[in-house]
Design a protein around this ligand. Structure first.
Ligand code: HAM
Length: 430
């Protein structure tokens, strides 16, 4: 017997590694973004945006960065190679270059872009994430990095986290540059070496050694690099590089500014931080959870030479990216997630269909006064209305009933106190 044709149910999950945001998740996301935005406002940063789709060549750089292998890219209908941005910094550089000399420096800009990376998924790493970016163009020296780290710690404090929960490891690429310079490693290999060094903790040493050898570096150089990477204090660094070395001076300045801001307890010097992106040139930093169970919370640093790689004139620059995934995991672990249950101001309900027009008038007046109002749009019983009002977290139920309405009044129940009163329309709006 022929079976009736049943259409196969469509896959309802979003693509692997991506997220749907139902209203309850959206409330949490908005709460987080509000804190990103409010922190940026406190530091007088202006918001910008750019398309999520960019030319692929904006992101394909020469060095073997992990991020380049993770790009989502395709050919558009016009045959152009395009990509979903894996990070915001190249787009920001493009925007800054577009404005050229007309831009009043310093630029202090922020954004909350969605970024796409075909990552191997672990806790806190997805294939799309939102990334709060704050960047400063036009300031040389550690004052800009110090200001950015003040924003990071201000943000974390607002969420209820302290230096006992989150640490920020700080170093400078100039540390490695200094050591390599003494070992006779030329500058043209610097970016590639940084990327390999960043992998030291994640990839077996013999693999790194092979890649280093391909760059012309011997095992003795790797030994020196590993020894330098294990430095944990500025005093030790000073012993190795000398008090006058640029890296030492910049880092000392940063730590002394941190004391002025009052966030020095969050910071620690750690020479093993080099960051996996090729373009960093100076101070680099990464925030981590002190429980050591999560991936990096945020990361950034100085990239003074990015603009010239796009054919422009360099402007000193630094910034950071702060993802929306790891921080929520950390807040969960610490019991610091906010209460995001829904709430509205008024639930307006017509007793019967004869009051429907009156109810629209009441709802319109309340909305005009800035209150959030759900108006019942169908015929419903009182019991249903109260149940729903409760579920929506309404502060008041406003009933439009025939007798009261004839007197120009409505019946109002305060759901917190249970108190019921009759109010005139004009008294309702406060
Ligand atoms: P990044 O270290 O690649 O830096 O990413 C910054 C932050 O974005 C990470 O610390 C993490 O919070 C978040 N993140 C990165 N990938 C993922 C992922 N797959 N899933 C969830 N979260 C992720 C940059 O992107 C630089 N462009 C930051 C920057 C801005 N440097 C200067 N200005």
């Amino acid at each position: 017997m022929a079976r009736p044709h049943v259409r196969k149910r469509m896959e309802l999950s979003p693509p692997r590694g991506t997220r749907d945001f139902f209203p309850e998740e959206m409330r949490l996301r908005n709460w987080l973004f509000d804190h990103f935005r409010e922190t940026a406002r406190l530091f007088a940063f202006e918001e910008y945006d750019a398309p999520v789709l960019e030319s692929l060549d904006l992101f394909t750089r020469k060095a073997g960065e992990e991020i380049v292998g993770q790009i989502y890219h395709f050919e558009d209908k016009g045959g152009r190679a395009v990509a979903l941005r894996p990070e915001m910094t190249p787009s920001l550089a493009r925007l800054v270059l577009q404005k050229g000399g007309s831009l009043a420096l310093p630029v202090r800009w922020f954004s909350i872009p969605q970024c796409w990376r075909y990552e191997r998924m672990t806790r806190g790493r997805k294939r799309e994430h939102y990334q709060w970016n704050m960047d400063i163009f036009g300031v040389e020296g550690a004052t800009a990095e110090a200001e950015l780290l003040a924003a990071v710690t201000t943000f974390l404090s607002r969420l209820g986290l302290g230096p006992e929960d989150v640490g920020i490891k700080v170093s400078s690429r100039k540390v490695l540059q200094g050591v390599l310079g003494r070992l006779g490693v030329t500058d043209d290999r610097f970016e590639a070496v940084c990327i390999l060094v960043d992998k030291l903790e994640k990839v077996p040493r013999d693999v790194i050694e092979k890649d280093m050898a391909a760059l012309g570096l011997g095992a003795d150089v790797i030994d020196r690099i590993v020894a330098t990477m294990s430095l944990q204090s500025l005093d030790e660094l000073q012993d190795v590089l000398g008090a006058d070395h640029e890296a030492v001076r910049e880092l000392q300045e940063l730590f002394s500014l941190a004391q002025g801001y009052g966030y020095e307890r969050w910071l620690q010097f750690d020479a093993s931080v080099v960051r996996g992106l090729a373009y960093y040139t100076g101070i680099v930093f990464e925030a981590f959870d002190r429980g050591a169970t999560l991936r990096a919370i945020c990361g950034g640093g100085r990239y003074d030479r990015l603009l010239s790689t796009f054919g422009g004139t360099d402007v000193p620059a630094c910034g950071f990216g702060f993802g929306d995934v790891v921080i929520v995991e950390l807040l969960k672990d610490k019991g610091l997630l906010p209460d995001t249950t829904r709430s509205i101001d008024d639930f307006v309900f017509a007793f019967d269909s004869a009051q429907r027009t009156a109810a629209t008038q009441v709802a319109a007046a309340l909305r005009g006064a800035g209150r959030s109002v759900e108006l019942v749009l169908e015929e419903r019983k009182v019991k249903w209305a109260f149940k729903r009002a409760d579920r929506l977290g309404a502060a008041r139920v406003v009933m439009v009933a025939p007798e009261e309405w004839q007197r120009g009044e409505v019946r109002v129940k305060d759901l917190a106190t249970g108190e019921e009163t009759n109010l005139k329309l004009e008294d309702l709006e406060q």
